[in-house]
Write a protein that binds this ligand. Structure first.
Ligand code: SF4
Length: 425
């Protein structure tokens, strides 16, 4: 139910595909509060079974290749965990605690998160405490037992004020055990996403034809016309959301609003960035239509306009969403790619921390933050690598001091701005 250890052994491709497709169907039903209407093969979903784990871990891998897919899948997995925590038998809950305990006991890698998991699973699997929380009449405000964890481990419980704080420790009462499990599961997934990004799963999938074809199938299934997930970025909220964008993308947004045009690469990158942070295709079409229908106000290299090139624009945008041509869904560029872009007469692009001079950088950063004393940071930015300077700027924006933080992509920057609790896990 908590999925720490992937299953071992061999599985035939057809069964693997069935585990994955059945799971997607079920996740969607649970998410829509309609799990009872499931008519597929329940064998693939028995909690803790080898098929259940296979479906989960395969989707974890496949969905890690795109932020959009990951968002879609992980929100549903968290929902499934919550659904199960309220419905499975006492015996299964006990098995879950034991399994978390066993999986975290002998891990070579130590981290605050896995230490916390070990601690809480040991605590809740004690006979007396487990019997207490498993009682039907266990009250939702019971404070009979508590466990203490470092507060950084459970940021969302802190935010919701579900725990008490004492000397840097969060005190979690027994009545909040389900919320605690859910919060830690979220943190495990967030941590896993960072790990999978670092090992470049897309490259690994590309070299295995079976995984490649499965990935394509799943991508198409999830994308369903580019409409997966909630529309987080809309034409109504984009001008306020821009203050959560990294400087490279804020710069493109401000430039587009001012000139109503972007050069080819800048347009492509910005459009993919908006897609990956949650702009649906219909919103994207309307956003670009509104801008490109206006006369351009610059010497930008792009002289197209919507009136004459609508077909081309619509195809291009739909193509980037995986809805045309090869049906490949493109991902937003990472910092390495953005940093390679040079600002010049034919491009607005590039990473401001690498490609802008001090005056330009100062003007841009002051437009994003409320701080007007950027001068004192500019020297430090010019000495740092772009990704490190960007992380420093992030910390300034969030007024947060986080050790060893680095930014690897514009999408990651935005996610951290939206969910700062996940930084540093
Ligand atoms: Fe954008 Fe990356 Fe540069 Fe930050 S470091 S501004 S995210 S390219």
């Amino acid at each position: 139910m908590f999925y720490i250890q992937p299953p071992k052994g061999v599985v035939i491709l057809n069964t693997l595909m069935s585990c994955v497709e059945t799971r997607i169907e079920y996740l969607e039903l649970v998410y829509n509060n309609n799990a009872d209407s499931f008519v597929g093969n329940i064998e693939y979903l028995f909690e803790g079974s080898i098929y259940d784990k296979t479906g989960h871990f395969t989707l974890r891998l496949l969905c890690s290749t795109s932020n959009d897919m990951w968002w879609y899948w992980s929100t549903r997995e968290i929902e499934l965990l919550e659904y199960r925590l309220r419905r499975v038998s006492t015996k299964q809950i006990y098995r879950m605690f034991r399994s978390i305990k066993n999986s975290t006991e002998h891990r070579k890698e130590t981290s605050l998160l896995y230490e916390a998991l070990n601690r809480i699973s040991t605590f809740f699997s004690q006979r007396e405490i487990f019997t207490h929380i498993a009682e039907e009449e266990h009250s939702t405000s019971c404070k009979a037992y508590n466990v203490q964890l470092k507060f950084q481990i459970i940021p969302d419980l802190l935010k919701k004020r579900l725990v008490d704080l004492k000397n840097g420790y969060a005190i979690i009462f027994c009545s909040k055990w389900r919320e605690l499990i859910k919060s830690l599961f979220k943190s495990v997934l967030a941590r896993e996403k960072i790990h999978l990004n670092n090992i470049d799963v897309t490259k690994l999938i590309k070299v295995d034809p079976r995984m490649k074809s499965m990935h394509k199938r799943i991508e198409q299934k999830l994308m369903r016309g580019g409409q997966i997930g909630e529309s987080r970025i809309t034409i109504e909220n984009i001008d306020s959301e821009v203050y959560n964008f990294p400087p490279c993308m804020s710069h493109l947004h401000f430039t587009l609003r001012r000139r109503h045009r972007l050069s080819h690469n800048a347009r492509f990158y910005y459009s993919l960035f908006l897609k990956d942070i949650g702009m649906k295709v219909d919103q994207a079409l309307e956003f670009w239509r509104q801008e490109y229908s206006q006369p351009h106000t610059c010497g930008s290299s792009c002289s197209h306009n919507w009136q004459t090139d609508a077909k081309k624009f619509i195809y291009g945008i739909r193509h980037s969403y995986g809805l045309e041509g090869s049906h490949k869904s493109y991902s937003a560029p990472n910092c390495r790619v953005v940093c390679r872009e040079l600002a010049g007469p034919r491009s607005e692009g590039g990473c401001p921390f690498k490609n802008f001079d001090k005056d330009e950088l100062k003007k841009l950063l002051e437009a994003i933050t409320k701080q007007s004393d950027m001068d004192k940071y500019l020297d430090a930015f010019s000495r740092q690598k772009p990704e490190v300077a960007c992380a420093t700027f992030f910390k300034l924006q969030r007024s947060k001091n986080i050790d060893n933080m680095s930014i690897s992509s514009p999408v990651q920057y935005y996610q951290f701005m939206k969910e700062p609790d996940q930084v540093g896990l």
